[in-house]
Design a protein around this ligand. Structure first.
Ligand code: ATP
Length: 294
């Protein structure tokens, strides 16, 4: 089921074209990572989709609900850390948020989901930064919204806090929520998200399942003298990005291909490869490849 459709969304800050013709889609149950370096427009995008920032042009619709303010009631968002009362415990802080939202609920399942079940009676002031952020995530979930939006949810946390927050988001996703989260960290998106949309300077460079965009390819290097390499390479299935440099051909293939299989196909054609190497493309190099020259 479609949860969000964004078409040709544009945002200017004066002469800065901060978001350029953005198209996005989000399906129920997906965890979509909006991935981009600082200043690429992630917060601006989330702000527009939450009705906080006004777009200059374009269209977006949540669910099948044309009224943004009604759709907004079905979305829980965490753009910046809320102010909790330091002298109240987790339960009491959530109760205040529930009161503001006009809902009544038992917070036990929510606190368990973010790993704070056993600390629900502890004062907020005794929490680590990671615990505070997990309570913030729980607060966005008060009222049981269908969709959750998180802006850089692990920013400013130590490695343990980062791991705890990521784990909480994974648990929330498993519970069936649809999530849209901004991140500038590739490994975070790979660990937490099912889908990714890559933003650079306000432009969407790619969108799709994480596996398809971030590294299910191997980089193959081969060379052999005196044979028609180009046609051999093109005869291999699902080959892409063929390049030739200093006597070596470079290309990509799906990661389930092995050197032995490529070697066998070459031998079937009657020649021996003088060089054969397969490298798994790292996320970093994949991200750089997507963002370079764009
Ligand atoms: P970060 O992770 O650093 O917050 P981001 O990807 O969320 O980055 P945005 O905060 O959306 O990016 O910023 C996108 C661009 O718009 C940046 O160049 C930023 O300087 C600019 N910008 C953001 N908000 C405003 C504003 N209120 N007025 C003017 N320019 C702005």
């Amino acid at each position: 089921m479609k949860v969000l459709e964004v078409q040709s969304l544009n945002k200017y800050y004066g002469s800065l074209h901060a978001i350029q013709d953005l198209n996005l889609h989000l399906e129920s149950g997906q965890v979509l990572g909006l991935l981009g370096p600082n200043g690429s427009g992630k917060t601006t995008t989330l702000g527009m989709l939450l009705g906080i920032t006004l777009p200059n042009s374009g269209f977006y619709q949540w669910f099948d609900e044309p009224e943004h303010h009604l759709a907004r009631l079905r979305i829980g968002a965490l753009l910046e850390t809320p102010n909790f009362y330091p002298y109240l415990n987790a339960d009491e802080n959530l109760a205040i948020i529930a009161q503001i939202k006009g809902v009544q609920e038992n917070f036990s399942p929510l606190l368990d989901l973010v790993g704070l079940g056993n600390r629900r009676s502890s004062k907020f002031s005794t929490f680590s930064l990671g615990m505070k952020q997990r309570l913030a995530i729980a607060s966005a979930m008060v009222g049981d919204p269908e969709v959750l939006i998180f802006d850089e949810p692990t920013n400013g946390l130590d490695p343990q806090g980062i791991a705890e927050v990521r784990n909480s988001i994974i648990q929330i996703a498993k519970s069936g929520k649809t999530i849209l989260m901004a991140s500038h960290m590739l490994d975070e998106v790979e660990k937490v998200c099912s889908h990714v949309a890559i933003l650079k300077q306000g432009q969407l460079l790619a969108q799709g399942p994480v596996g398809a965009l971030l590294g299910n390819q191997v980089l193959v290097e081969i060379s052999a003298s005196g044979v028609e390499m180009e046609s051999f390479i093109q005869s291999l299935p699902e080959v892409s990005n063929v390049e030739f440099e200093n006597g070596i051909y470079y290309f990509q293939m799906p990661e389930n291909w092995t050197g032995a299989e490529i070697n066998r196909l070459a031998m079937d054609k009657g020649f021996t490869l003088s060089h054969l190497q397969l490298k798994k493309r790292s996320l970093e190099s994949e991200f750089l490849a997507i963002t370079k020259d764009n």
